[in-house]
Design a binder for this molecule. Structure first.
Ligand SMILES: *[C@@H]1O[C@H](CO)[C@@H](O)[C@H](O)[C@H]1NC(C)=O
Ligand SMILES: *[C@@H]1O[C@H](CO)[C@@H](O)[C@H](O)[C@H]1NC(C)=O
Ligand SMILES: *[C@@H]1O[C@H](CO)[C@@H](O)[C@H](O)[C@H]1NC(C)=O
Ligand SMILES: *[C@@H]1O[C@H](CO)[C@@H](O)[C@H](O)[C@H]1NC(C)=O
Ligand SMILES: *[C@@H]1O[C@H](CO)[C@@H](O)[C@H](O)[C@H]1NC(C)=O
Ligand SMILES: *[C@@H]1O[C@H](CO)[C@@H](O)[C@H](O)[C@H]1NC(C)=O
Ligand SMILES: *[C@@H]1O[C@H](CO)[C@@H](O)[C@H](O)[C@H]1NC(C)=O
Ligand SMILES: *[C@@H]1O[C@H](CO)[C@@H](O)[C@H](O)[C@H]1NC(C)=O
Ligand SMILES: *[C@@H]1O[C@H](CO)[C@@H](O)[C@H](O)[C@H]1NC(C)=O
Length: 260
């Protein structure tokens, strides 16, 4: 019967297409590496040249570009932030700002407003950071309180540093400012002994902790635990779980194949 065989042909080609598509999607979003960094959902490696350079591998705000100059530095697209390490378990990563880590003179630019650096919608600067304060435009004065150190080094204008308590985006640390203007930048420090204002340069280099809201990117571990792979569905602006049967589910792959 001709209609039946046509139908069969159609089904077969659909299946082949489906299988092919599924297979390719699988390879496309395998975890990628950039230097020491393992990049996977909600992060994804953009910029082409990798198997992950598809916007369906991760959340748009989490696009990471890997430098091809041999340094394998990973930067967060559209920002001056480098991603130094990622902890997928607690939804956090260590970031550093290239403007203040860029070798000589980095600290001279430390009065940059860090708050303006970060896309506030996707990430928050953790309150587990401390606020490293920089004082400038001191109008010929210098802060004389304990704990204020001279951070002028090579800069053309005097700068002083002070390490305050917990970093809070919304409220500047309540500290003596004298006649100076001041800014504050988050620092985390790789070891407790290094947490001193005098180590400002190193603290800037070590970076700070950023967090993302697990709810805003979806429950990827729930998806993978059910045998699926995490994808980003731009139509729903949410996680999609790619299941072994090739179907996209909303959160997990159900054993009975029903939409979750
Ligand atoms: C990778 O890790 C090693 C050892 O921790 C470190 O020395 C190196 O700087 C890291 N490389 C990058 C690109 O972060
Ligand atoms: C892409 O994936 C294929 C197969 O999984 C692998 O052989 C290839 O090395 C990958 N390419 C890159 C650039 O990661
Ligand atoms: C990630 O965070 C979890 C929870 O705080 C912690 O147990 C784990 O050791 C961290 N992983 C790394 C690689 O630091
Ligand atoms: C999350 O992971 C980072 C990096 O491994 C770690 O430094 C930090 O202590 C962890 N945060 C919490 C709240 O456990
Ligand atoms: C000061 O500038 C000189 C020349 O640019 C440079 O060699 C030196 O490392 C700088 N010192 C500091 C502490 O940045
Ligand atoms: C820093 O940037 C934030 C966000 O753009 C802004 O609200 C704040 O007023 C700025 N602070 C300074 C001191 O410029
Ligand atoms: C701070 O250090 C710079 C150079 O390192 C020096 O020229 C300046 O006099 C110092 N300022 C104070 C107030 O000690
Ligand atoms: C700088 O000092 C002069 C003289 O003491 C004073 O008139 C002026 O208001 C000060 N400027 C600031 C910004 O504190
Ligand atoms: C900087 O940190 C190191 C620990 O890595 C510490 O031994 C040193 O005393 C610190 N330097 C200053 C000036 O605080």
């Amino acid at each position: 019967m001709r209609p039946a065989s046509l139908l069969l042909l159609l089904l077969a080609s659909l299946l082949i297409h489906f299988h092919h598509h599924h297979h390719r999607a699988h390879a496309d979003c395998e975890p990628a590496t950039c230097g020491n960094l393992t990049v996977r959902y909600p992060f994804w490696l953009g910029g082409g040249g990798s198997n992950q350079s598809s916007s369906l591998c991760g959340h748009p705000a989490f696009e990471v570009l890997c430098s091809d100059d041999g340094s394998s530095a990973a930067s967060l697209k559209g920002s001056t932030l480098q991603v130094r390490s990622i902890n997928y378990t607690n939804s956090s990563f260590i970031a550093s700002d290239t403007r203040t880590t860029a070798g000589n003179g980095g600290v001279c630019r430390a009065h940059l407003n860090m708050s303006a650096t970060v896309s506030p919608s996707a990430f928050t600067i953790s309150r587990r950071n401390r606020a490293l304060c920089f004082f400038y435009n001191c109008n010929g004065t210098k802060p004389s309180q304990r704990g204020y150190v001279n951070a002028t080094s090579n800069c053309s204008t005097p700068i002083f540093a002070y390490l305050a308590g917990s970093y809070n985006w919304d409220s500047p640390p309540a500290i003596a400012t004298g006649q100076c203007s001041f800014t504050y930048t988050p620092v985390f420090g790789s070891e407790p002994e290094a947490m001193t204002a005098a180590n400002y340069s190193r603290l800037l280099n070590d970076g700070f902790v950023m967090e993302w809201a697990a709810t805003s990117v979806g429950d990827c571990s729930g998806c993978t635990a059910s045998g699926g792979q995490c994808r980003y569905n731009s139509a729903t602006a949410a996680l999609a779980c790619l299941c072994p049967d090739g179907n996209l589910q909303r959160s997990t792959c159900a054993a009975n194949g029903e939409f979750q």
